[in-house]
Design a protein around this ligand. Structure first.
Ligand SMILES: [Fe+2]
Length: 252
């Protein structure tokens, strides 16, 4: 990603804001100019892709069936290891209500947190070398069903490692090929046409993003959040659309 973030800013007190959007915008270095056409590589970057989808096909089908917990902004943390509401829930819900939406009805995605019974998906997750303790590191499977929509927002990952936020990263990889009607948006760039196994990273403190599934198929992905190891930094520095990773099927 091209932008170099100033990591030394002071975070504003959340209770002085009625809007989550405005709080995150106050700390973002994104341009917020709709006349600028964002390009891939500006605010998000494809790191590469695993090249043998047949290896994780059966696990993906099971994962989709087992991802039964639909979450909204209020419940999105309940299924992780910190069963509490976001401290800025009021402001997060305010933004949806401002657009005429019902924050309690809006279903963002279906979730599953535990990958223990999914050896191939675990191996894929481990490939990125993301590390951290239970506050810093988290894996979440997002199976976005038809009609589910994650409204535009900027992430607030600062508290994962407030003393060194530069080390925090969020990497997402897709388990199936893109289908028409599915999309992510980073800044004003629409990310689509991904392949099964394709992984990407985005500029979490800065870029507004959203995702929606208007296709007639579930859209399964896995999101890893944590601290960059040396291996992660190497993958980020050298990763590209041409990077291909082969899973060692013998070791599975
Ligand atoms: Fe996000």
């Amino acid at each position: 990603m091209r932008h170099k973030t100033d990591w030394n800013k002071t975070l504003q007190p959340a209770d002085t804001y009625t809007s989550n959007w405005e709080w995150t915008k106050a700390h973002s270095e994104y341009h917020f100019d709709d006349n600028i056409v964002d390009q891939e590589g500006d605010w998000f970057k494809v790191l590469g892709r695993f090249n043998n989808p047949s290896l994780w096909k059966a696990e993906t089908e099971r994962l989709v069936k087992e991802s039964t917990k639909a979450i909204n902004w209020q419940t999105r943390k309940f299924f992780g290891d910190s069963p509490k509401e976001s401290p800025m829930l009021k402001q997060e819900e305010y933004d949806i209500a401002q657009g005429g939406g019902d924050p309690k009805k809006l279903m963002l995605t279906n979730m599953l947190d535990d990958l223990e019974d999914y050896p191939v998906l675990c191996k894929m997750k481990d490939h990125f070398g993301v590390i951290g303790d239970s506050n810093e590191f988290k894996v979440r499977c997002h199976t976005q069903l038809t009609g589910q929509m994650f409204n535009l927002h900027i992430d607030k990952l600062w508290d994962r490692c407030i003393e060194d936020p530069e080390s925090i990263c969020r990497i997402t990889f897709f388990l199936e090929d893109w289908k028409p009607g599915q999309f992510y948006m980073y800044g004003n760039f629409v990310y689509e046409r991904w392949k099964a196994g394709e992984a990407h990273i985005f500029d979490w403190p800065n870029v507004p993003h959203a995702t929606c599934n208007a296709s007639n198929f579930p859209r399964p992905s896995i999101q890893i959040t944590g601290l960059k190891s040396e291996k992660t930094r190497e993958l980020i520095a050298n990763g590209s659309r041409d990077t291909v990773w082969t899973l060692d099927s013998e070791a599975l």
